[in-house]
Design a protein around this ligand. Structure first.
Ligand code: BGC
Ligand code: CA
Length: 344
């Protein structure tokens, strides 16, 4: 009972605050306190945790521009229900802008309703809601990257490597025997990356033979298991491993190392992300290449947009696609430039 009452009081106070915010947003005086609430689908995800680190760092830099900024980060640990509750908590604690990395990108309605009721804008990131859901309210934004481009660039990197080194076709049959490690089914980046990478290889004249694929849900540990199964089936016939992200190809490499395969019978590996561990693997030659998923660019766009939404200034400086979307481009990474990315 007591809990309920204080919650109700808290909510009332918070709604009061939101009203104040709404009013002052219409007036000309600036709200200088940005209170950002972030919730992510799983904070143990290597790429997501690095986006959040960069976001905290870049939000901190706004302090000296006369804006006070705080950020609260929550981990939904794979449960949409938990994430919905976190949104309620973040709003009650006074957050005036939300950054949401959905657990289930097809299920944002409850979150959108809560945000709309309290007039707190949402910036979705990395896990893109479907277009109809983005139309549920005018204060919804998305920051991410072009999924197709990442697959095209990965396919080009692999094609360039195969053309430059005929030793990759180890059995000299003129075809490249390959396997794919795929991210979560239903994620906008998983299927598209696979399809566009494979099509790009074909368009570049590479003959392919698909031996197998494994769904490893972006996870290094799951990829180790999938790779063990695929090696069990195909032994040393695998010449190329494409991964929808770096963590999964690193898991595949872990398996080759654990099974003591000689380097001469390793396939070549290509990832996507350019996480720190991925870049290091490119530099030490275990990973032939990766595609940079611009975490700093995405975090920077979120911070800029969040500040503009709260203080009501600077929106006209932001370039959107279809009014509410910001997509950052991917870039190719090889051993020649991986060091520069590591320094970013
Ligand atoms: C990244 C993956 C990450 C996933 C999480 C993708 O864009 O490439 O590394 O696990 O997003 O949603
Ligand atoms: Ca071959």
């Amino acid at each position: 009972m007591k809990v309920k009452k204080s919650l109700a009081l808290g909510m009332a106070a918070c709604m009061g605050m939101q009203l104040l915010c709404a009013c002052s947003r219409q007036r000309t005086d600036k709200i200088e306190k940005v209170q950002m609430g972030v919730t992510c689908y799983d904070q143990s995800d290597t790429f997501i945790s690095s986006v959040i680190d960069s976001l905290k760092e870049q939000l901190g830099q706004y302090q000296n521009e006369g804006v006070t900024a705080t950020v609260t980060v929550m981990d939904a640990a794979g449960l949409q229900r938990t994430q919905n509750d976190q949104i309620e908590e973040l709003i009650s604690s006074g957050c005036n802008v939300l950054c949401v990395n959905l657990v289930d990108r097809t299920d944002p309605s409850e979150i959108i309703d809560l945000a709309r009721k309290n007039n707190v804008p949402i910036i979705f990131f990395n896990r893109e809601p479907v277009a109809e859901d983005m139309l549920q309210w005018s204060e919804l934004y998305y920051v991410g990257a072009y999924a197709e481009q990442s697959g095209v660039l990965q396919g080009e990197l692999a094609a360039e490597a195969i053309k430059a080194d005929n030793g990759i076709d180890r059995n000299r049959d003129g075809k490249i025997q390959y396997v794919v490690l795929e991210g979560e089914p239903g994620h906008q980046d998983a299927i598209i990356r696979t399809e566009t990478a494979v099509n790009t290889l074909k368009e570049n004249g590479i003959l392919l033979e698909k031996l197998s694929y494994g769904i490893a849900n972006w996870s290094r540990a799951q990829a180790q298991n999938r790779m063990t199964q695929m090696i069990g089936q195909h032994g040393d016939k695998i010449e190329l491993v494409l991964g929808n992200n770096d963590d999964m190809v690193l898991g595949a490499i872990d398996t080759y190392e654990k099974l003591n395969f000689t380097k001469a019978s390793w396939p070549v590996f290509f990832g996507i992300d350019g996480t720190d561990v991925g870049l290091e693997a490119v530099l030490d030659g275990r990973l032939a290449g990766t595609v940079y998923n611009d975490k700093e660019g995405q975090a920077g766009a979120m911070v800029k947009l969040a500040v503009a939404l709260v203080i009501g200034e600077g929106m006209d400086e932001i370039e959107f696609e279809d009014d509410r979307y910001i997509y950052l481009p991917y870039r190719k990474v090889t051993s020649g430039n991986a060091g520069e990315f590591l320094a970013e």
